[in-house]
Structure formats: structure tokens, C-alpha cells
Design a protein around this ligand. Structure first.
Ligand code: ARG
Length: 565
């Protein structure tokens, strides 16, 4: 149920009946229960425009608000705040509808679009690092969310598989004499060793340089070595996707190298638009108010990361038909994307009907607040990190001893991987976040385990209750009304999260919902004998809706639930 849209509409109608001609303004959720469920604070802003005191405007609006349907009560507070209460009977009806709807009454958008989500996008020369982990988890959530809300999502794994370092790497692959699979077991080490040789052995350095030229010229031997290298490196990434349960596959890979042939025409197009300037022999795009240009072509004729991104934008807009492109990349690349988006717009690659957004995120820090590294300062192997998550979850399960032995492996995976993902998705992506095992694997606080536990607890109510659920929802007290309204907010939350690409809106909501449910469950017994059948059925329906909302919400975050915990 889109509560806010419905409320906005009611206000809009009151406006027109009161003869107020003003741009529609939105209602917001009330800060405290005594201020109602929602608030409309537009009267203050209108005072100047209409030349009337805000309280008078508020009165004129309130008198015309329809209180025969969704809204049951209004009130003017302070200088002109309008407080709104949603009618419990209306909530009951909407809950009843959601109860029999597979999608919990969440509608798909009427204006479905094609959306590209560029995420994960690791570099093949090196080990995938924690920055890519964040991108992978956030991006996958957005892809699921957009899909759920009705957009046609095209996943793009823009892997870095091109550039001068590949000359060195394939030359080293050749001289090391082993096959790619055995020598690339530890990519980080391989890169380091190659670099040492490159820096210390001039003959090797010459060979590396020669291999870059050959590779870029299409030499088949070099291409074969390169292809092997990419295959093995991508295989490492896919092992991480597999463990994480990420829906990225080979067909979603659209590598940097795939844009090679399009690069000269990017330069040409920019030239035609007259936005290229030569500077120090390089072809550049200068931005207003900035002295640092975006380099499109180097003095030696080479293309850059930005050139490829412009080619990719062209492809996404003109060949894939995207109307929104979301780049899930760490905050350090903010300057790059700002410049690339600006150049793409000025060059006419992208019209006003296309949204380009950098879904940026902060760093992952260790418990002491330092960038996440191994003890000796190296890159943490993601697969090891995920294995540790599962191992820790397993140890925890064994200690609790509540799971059948044969289920422990899969339960540990669901808990451990869920915890890593949720820790990531429960903070505002723009801030840095602290990776803390104890916190993320806790049953208390805003964690996946807290939600999974609540879900399992509700399932256990249903296991104990022998009967089928049905009947009607009748909200008994203010707490039940609040829970009911909270359940109905799900759709608004999802649309808000999708609009702003903010997965933590979903997790915050799920946490609030679960906390409220736990409170409700403590105060309002369900299975106890003294509870009447009608009330029991109503409460069971609320419990069922809560469980399904948790399950659906977590599914969008790529996290599974468990029937027992
Ligand atoms: N490969 C890049 C990196 O690891 C990220 C690519 C992001 N996507 C893009 N279209 N530039 O930093």
C-alpha cells in the first residue's frame, strides 16, 4: 500500500477545495505517536505565498480533509502543523487484502523502465578486495529491489581486463612455465612476483612491454595467454559470488576490453560536439569550474578508464535502452563519475530522460577503525572472509545445539553469509562501516540474526497452533494499530529505497517492524487459553503478515530465513 501517495492525494484534494493553488507538498511520518501517524507541515511554507497566517491556512485545509475514509482524525498543532491519524478500520481492511496477496500488496511501478546496475566490476589483474565486496552486495540488492518493483534490470559486471599491466602478467604467466590454474591460485602473490621481476629484470620488462603491444594488436599467442588469465581470475570472483549467493553470471560480464573497438568513435563523437581540447598533447574534456580535465586520449594515443566508461554509457543508453544507470562504486571514484556523466551529457550521449547515478559507498574498516587489511597490510581474500563467517556461525550453532546435525552446514551458511550481507546493508552506504564479527553475529540489535530469530519464532507459533488461519483482523489496542500501520508502510519503504538506492531503508524498517512485533507479542498473547478465538485469529494474521514481510524484505537483501533457529 502506498500510504504516502494516498495521503498526498487527500491533501491535494483539500487544497483544491480550499482554492489553494500551490505546488503539491508531501506528508511525512509523524515524529511521535502523540502527533498522529502522519503530519502535513506545508501551511508554514504557504503563509508567505498566500499572505495569511499559517494557522488560518491549516484550518482551511483541515476543514476540507476527507475524514470518511483513510483518515479518521485531524488536529492542528503549534504554528500550523497538521497531524493526521489513519483510521484503524481502514488499516484493518488493507491488512486483510495484503494477507491474501502474494506480494503483500506491493504494486509494481506503472512506469517500468530498463535499468542498468553496474556492480561488483572487479579488476582481473588483482584479487577482488573488500571494496568490491561492498559493491557486490549493495548492487545485487538494488538489482533485486528494482526487479521486484517492476523494472527490467540489466546487470553489468564491468570487469577491468585491459590495460598495460596485462602485458606484464601474461609475460610472467609464460615465463613461470606453469599452467594458469596452478600459478594463479594466489593472484595477489602472482601480481607481486611479476612486479618484482618487472622492476629487477630489464629483459623481462622489455618482454612485458612487447606483450602489451602484441596483445592490443590482436596477436593470437598473447590473446590466448590473456584469455586464460582472465578465465582463472574471473573464476576466483565467481567462487565469491557463488558463496554469497549473488546473481551475477558470465553473461552479465561486459568487460572493459569489449569496448575497445568503440573507443575511436567516442573520441570522434566528442570532437564533433566540440568539447575536446588538446592539452599537453592529450585530448581532454574540461569542466566548468575545474582545472583538472577528464583525459580521453593520452599523448601516446592510448585510451583511458574514462574513455571506456563513455563507450559503456553509449552502449547502455543506445543499445540496451537504459533509462537509469546505477554505478555501485566506492566513493573515491566520485570525481571520475561526476566528470564522465558531465561529458556524456554534454556530448549528447545521454538525454534528460536518462538518470545516471553514482551509488557511492564508504570504506570497510576493521574494529580499530583502520582500513580492512591482513596483518601484514595485504588484501584480505574475500573467500577466506566468507569461509570464516560460515565457520563462526557453525561454531555458534553447535554451542546452541538447537539444530539437527545434518542441517548445520546449510544453516551455518544462511546465518554466516546473511550476517556479512546484513552488516553491510544495515548502515547508510555512504558512511564507512566497521566490520565486527561479534556485532554482526549477535541475536541482539539491528542484525540479520535478530530478524531471522523473530521469523523462526513466529513459525514456531504456527507449529504449536493446530488449525488453519483465517478470520478477520480486528486491531485491539493502540499497539496493534501501530503494528498494522507499520506493516502497511512496507511498500513506501521499498519505493523510497529504490528511488534513492538506499538499501538500509529496508533494513531499518525491518528492524523497527520486528522490534514492534516483539513488543506486541510480549503484551498480547496469541496461543494462551484466555484469548478468544476471534482475537487469536486476528493476532495470528498479524504474526503471519509480519513474518512474510520479514521474509520478503530479507529476500530483497539477498538473505534467507530459517523456520527454526
Ligand atoms: N574496475 C573498477 C575498480 O575496481 C570499477 C569499475 C566500476 N564501473 C565502471 N563502469 N567504471 O575500481
Amino acid at each position: 500500500m502506498k500510504l504516502k501517495t494516498a495521503l498526498d492525494q487527500i491533501i491535494k484534494e483539500a487544497f483544491s477545495q480550499a482554492g489553494i493553488e500551490a505546488a503539491p507538498m508531501a506528508v511525512t511520518e509523524a515524529g511521535k505517536p502523540e502527533f498522529g501517524d502522519y503530519q502535513f507541515n506545508g501551511a508554514m511554507a504557504l503563509a508567505k505565498q498566500l499572505g495569511k497566517p499559517p494557522r488560518q491556512i491549516a484550518t482551511e485545509i483541515v476543514e476540507r480533509i476527507d475524514t470518511t475514509g483513510m483518515i479518521s482524525k485531524t488536529e492542528i498543532a503549534g504554528p500550523g502543523f497538521i497531524n493526521l491519524w489513519v483510521d484503524p478500520a481502514w488499516i484493518e481492511e488493507r491488512l486483510q487484502e495484503a494477507g491474501v496477496d502474494k506480494r503483500l500488496s506491493v504494486q509494481t511501478k506503472s512506469d517500468s523502465i530498463k535499468t542498468v546496475v553496474d556492480y561488483s566490476s572487479p579488476n582481473m589483474a588483482k584479487q577482488m578486495h573488500v571494496g568490491h565486496l561492498r559493491s557486490t552486495i549493495i548492487g545485487d540488492t538494488l538489482a533485486r529491489l528494482f526487479t521486484f518493483l517492476g523494472d527490467e534490470v540489466i546487470r553489468q559486471n564491468h570487469i577491468g581486463d585491459w590495460g598495460t599491466q596485462f602485458g606484464m602478467l601474461i609475460a610472467y604467466l609464460e615465463v613461470s612455465g606453469e599452467d594458469a590454474y596452478s600459478s594463479l591460485g594466489d593472484l595477489e602473490q602472482f601480481y607481486k612476483d611479476a612486479k618484482v621481476k618487472f622492476d629487477s629484470d630489464p629483459d623481462f620488462a622489455d618482454m612485458a612491454r612487447e606483450y602489451v603491444v602484441k596483445l592490443q594488436g590482436g596477436d593470437s599467442h598473447c590473446q590466448t595467454l590473456w584469455q586464460q588469465f582472465i578465465d582463472v581470475s574471473l573464476g576466483h570472483c565467481e567462487a565469491v559470488y557463488e558463496t554469497l549467493g549473488i546473481a551475477l553470471h558470465r553473461e552479465d560480464v561486459r568487460a572493459e576490453s569489449s569496448y575497445n573497438n568503440a573507443l575511436p568513435s567516442v573520441v570522434e563523437k566528442l570532437q564533433t560536439q566540440g568539447i575536446l581540447t588538446e592539452s599537453d598533447g592529450a585530448q581532454c574534456v574540461f569542466m566548468e569550474g575545474s582545472e583538472v580535465p577528464l583525459i580521453i586520449r593520452k599523448r601516446d594515443g592510448g585510451f583511458l578508464y574514462a574513455t571506456t566508461d563513455l563507450a559503456a554509457i553509449w552502449h547502455r543508453v543506445h543499445e540496451l535502452g537504459a533509462k537509469r544507470i546505477s554505478y555501485v562504486v566506492d566513493a573515491r571514484q566520485a570525481g571520475h563519475f561526476k566528470q564522465v556523466f558531465d561529458a556524456a551529457r554534454r556530448a549528447g550521449f545521454v538525454g534528460d530522460d536518462v538518470l545516471l547515478e553514482h551509488v557511492s559507498f564508504g570504506m570497510m574498516l576493521d574494529k580499530s577503525g583502520r582500513p580492512f587489511k591482513t596483518r601484514d597490510g595485504g588484501t584480505v581474500k574475500l573467500i577466506d572472509l566468507l569461509d570464516e563467517a560460515v565457520a563462526r556461525a557453525k561454531a555458534m550453532i553447535e554451542e546452541r545445539d538447537t539444530q539437527a546435525i545434518e542441517d548445520r552446514e546449510s544453516v551455518a551458511r544462511i546465518i554466516g553469509i546473511g550476517a556479512v550481507k546484513y552488516a553491510e546493508l544495515s548502515v547508510n552506504r555512504e558512511s564507512n562501516y566497521i566490520f565486527d564479527w561479534d556485532k554482526m553475529l549477535s541475536f541482539e540489535g539491528n542484525t540479520s540474526l535478530y530478524l531471522q530469530y523473530a521469523y523462526a519464532r513466529i513459525q514456531s507459533i504456527f507449529r504449536k497452533y493446530d488449525g488453519s488461519i483465517g478470520g478477520t483482523i480486528t486491531l485491539q489496542d493502540p499497539l496493534e494499530v501501530r503494528l498494522g500501520l507499520m506493516l502497511l508502510r512496507f511498500e513506501d519503504v521499498l519505493h523510497g529505497a529504490a528511488r534513492e538506492s538506499m538499501p538500509h531503508y529496508i533494513s531499518s524498517y525491518l528492524y523497527d517492524l520486528t522490534t514492534l512485533f516483539m513488543k506486541f507479542y510480549e503484551q498480547n498473547p496469541i496461543l494462551k487459553e484466555e484469548v478468544s478465538d476471534a482475537v487469536r485469529e486476528s493476532r495470528l494474521l498479524l504474526a503471519d503478515l509480519t513474518a512474510r514481510t520479514i521474509k520478503q524484505g530479507l529476500a530483497l537483501l539477498g538473505i534467507e530465513v530459517l523456520d527454526r533457529l
